[in-house]
Design a protein around this ligand. Sequence first.
Ligand code: NAD
Ligand code: IPM
Ligand code: MN
Length: 361
Amino acid sequence: MPTHRVAVIPGDGIGTEVMPPAQRLLELAGHRFGFAFEWQNFDWSCEYYARTGAMMPADGIEQLAECDQILLGAVGFPGVPDHVSLWGLLIPIRRAFQQYINLRPIKLLPGIESPLRKVPAGGIDFQVVRENNEGEYSESGGRLYRGLPQEVAIQESIFTRFGVTRAMNYAINLAEKREGRLASATKSNGIIHTMPFWDEILRELGQEHPLLEISEYHIDALAALFVLDPGRFDVVVASNLFGDILTDLGAAIIGSIGIAPSANLNPEGEFPSMFEPVHGSAPDIAGQGKANPLGQVWAASMMLDHLGHPEAGAALVDTMGHVLLETDVRTPDLGGCATTEEVSDALADAFATVTAEAVLR
Ligand code: NAD
Ligand code: IPM
Ligand code: MN
């Protein structure tokens, strides 16, 4: 039986609450579909930082490199500045393992009503391909004249032809496998030097794919269209920061930030990829049993797809749909009053009933 060695980093806040349901569903999927997991648990977090002065050990990346894939909850908690926790754990992992694609499906699940008016069931189904290694998230820059009236903060965006091209090629291939429509988030009408460069590369690549319908949207107008006409999108490609902001908006239009998943992919499979929900550690609800585990479970299903078990991945998504459609077991962010654990139990119960259908699809 294939055994997958998976690094588990629950992290902070609700990350530690939504991870157990995801592992539970993964175990069930393994039993049903004939594979197993060997979990490698890492307690790297803001608490770990308080104890040791670092978010992970000096050889943390080497330890993770021994694993096939990584499951992450969320990182960051009050008491440790976010730039310390994020540059100390999340961002180094994304970069060390060349997880240059952040794939974020924006799909309205059965049983969830979009907060947008007039969106029918199944009316939102697109993928955001976020460049995940460079762009606006650069280490170039800093703060000068701290504490003086002249104090200044400078940060340079770094867009490389190599980095932009590989992200766009991924998005192009994905669009060709779907409905053949690619929307690019740009801001070439602003005084931003990087975006005309981004557009230029897309147009060059587009010439090699004449059948693809490519549209460029200014990021501000694109944000409005996510609300006004989300049904028009198939694949959206965006820079690191634009993709970050768009996907919280995307999560909102499919019902809740607590649902949306995220796959930090090293598409070549040379290094582990990392699967996490779009949301963060939610300090405002941490420890109260209110966290929606669906984003983490959906991220786990993306890991199954990546591991080569698409039928098991589909079974997890079907299970979520089944619980949402057939029961009223849902957390407060979706208007219910169930706890994280009650949702976990409902998912485990439902898993047995939906699997057969999923296999047949
Ligand atoms: P957040 O996503 O943690 O929370 C935003 C809002 O959404 C909060 O009201 C929260 O209660 C709610 N929410 C989030 N996930 C939920 C869930 N599963 N179920 C129900 N409600 C949910 O964003 P934030 O408040 O901006 O950030 C909090 C911390 O998380 C910060 O330290 C931030 O840096 C960090 N963060 C980490 C990641 C990551 O690890 N990838 C992502 C985003 C934010
Ligand atoms: C995300 C998060 C991170 C990001 C933060 C926490 C650095 O918001 O994964 O969407 O901006 O990439
Ligand atoms: Mn984000």
